[in-house]
Design a protein around this ligand. Structure first.
Ligand SMILES: NC(=O)C1=CN([C@@H]2O[C@H](COP(=O)(O)OP(=O)(O)OC[C@H]3O[C@@H](n4cnc5c(N)ncnc54)[C@H](O)[C@@H]3O)[C@@H](O)[C@H]2O)C=CC1
Ligand SMILES: C[C@H](O)[C@@H]1OC(=O)[C@H](O)[C@@H]1O
Length: 258
């Protein structure tokens, strides 16, 4: 139980990687505020018992973020960990991509992380006397470095997440606040099923570039988040840790076991 007495906010926590992160942080002893733009995150939170609460919020909107932080402080009295996980994708060819779709993905995937990080860091700094720093974990992607032609705003947003991680880590280090990112490969969630696992050919293409020969599970990403949130990662900040089955180390295809 490495996170006893810690309080975390996890965004995009109604399902997928965010829900797995919330479940793991609770298992490690943390109290967790789950948030999601969808109301069904409330059921996920209640399944986690007294250590979890839910607030519905669109984390790309500052007013919602301010209300989320206020609700977390009212419920738990402090915030030690922020997991910026909420994210969407939008598939369109570069020449066909609509401006509003570009703006929406950047707002949700990148601006939300700035808004949440700034609001939470301000609270962490206010409590410098009683609370030693804090930890922010941003959910990036292999697509911060691997461009996919029909995922223009997604790829751009994740590249921005890596740089936001670096610049925030420098700005907040003096307050003892660590900022890191996780760069998952293809993880078996609704988002990936929509975007890249739609058919056997798409799956084969992904696996041909994945030395471990399989997609990842949300729980495997949650384990990294729990590590980064713990004191075991006390000297790590400004980093993006890729969890991608070996994909980023690869410059050739591997045989796929069908
Ligand atoms: N599944 C994958 O293969 C990978 C996912 N990621 C990243 O992991 C994160 C989570 O992805 P998944 O769990 O796969 O997605 P998901 O689609 O299963 O879950 C995302 C959650 O975020 C919520 N959300 C969307 N917009 C929101 C907003 N404005 N405010 C609050 N909540 C909002 C959704 O309602 C949903 O519950 C995303 O940032 C994604 O880019 C990164 C690499 C790989
Ligand atoms: C939308 C992507 O294709 C999906 O999410 C990621 O970040 C991974 O590359 C998955 O394949």
């Amino acid at each position: 139980m490495k996170l006893t007495d810690k309080v975390a906010i996890v965004t995009g926590a109604a399902q997928g990687i965010g829900l797995a992160c919330a479940e793991r942080l609770v298992r490690e002893g943390a109290r967790v505020m789950l948030t999601d733009v969808r109301p069904d995150g409330a059921a996920a939170a209640s399944a986690l018992g007294d250590a979890a609460r839910f607030v519905q919020a669109d984390v790309s909107m500052k007013a919602d973020v301010d209300a989320l932080v206020a609700a977390t402080l009212a419920a738990f009295g402090r915030i030690d960990i922020l997991v910026n996980n909420a994210g969407v994708t939008h598939a369109a060819d570069f020449l066909d991509l609509d401006e509003d779709d570009f703006d929406r993905v950047l707002r949700i995937n990148l601006k939300s992380m700035f808004l949440c990080s700034q609001a939470v860091a301000r609270e962490m700094v206010k409590r410098q006397d009683t609370q030693r720093g804090g930890c922010i974990i941003n959910m990036s992607s292999v697509n911060a470095e691997l461009a996919i032609p029909n995922q223009v705003p997604y790829v751009v947003s994740k590249g921005g997440v890596n740089q936001l991680t670096r610049v925030a880590s420098i700005s907040l280090a003096q307050y003892g606040i660590r900022v890191n990112a996780i760069g998952p490969g293809t993880i078996l969630t609704e988002l990936a099923k929509q975007a890249v696992l739609a058919g056997p050919e798409a799956r084969h293409k992904i696996l041909s570039r994945t030395p471990l020969g399989r997609c990842g599970e949300p729980e495997e990403i949650a384990g990294i988040a729990a590590f980064l949130a713990s004191d075991d990662a006390s000297y790590i900040t400004g980093q993006t840790l890729y969890a991608d089955g070996g994909r980023m180390a690869l410059n050739y295809t591997v045989p796929v076991k069908d």
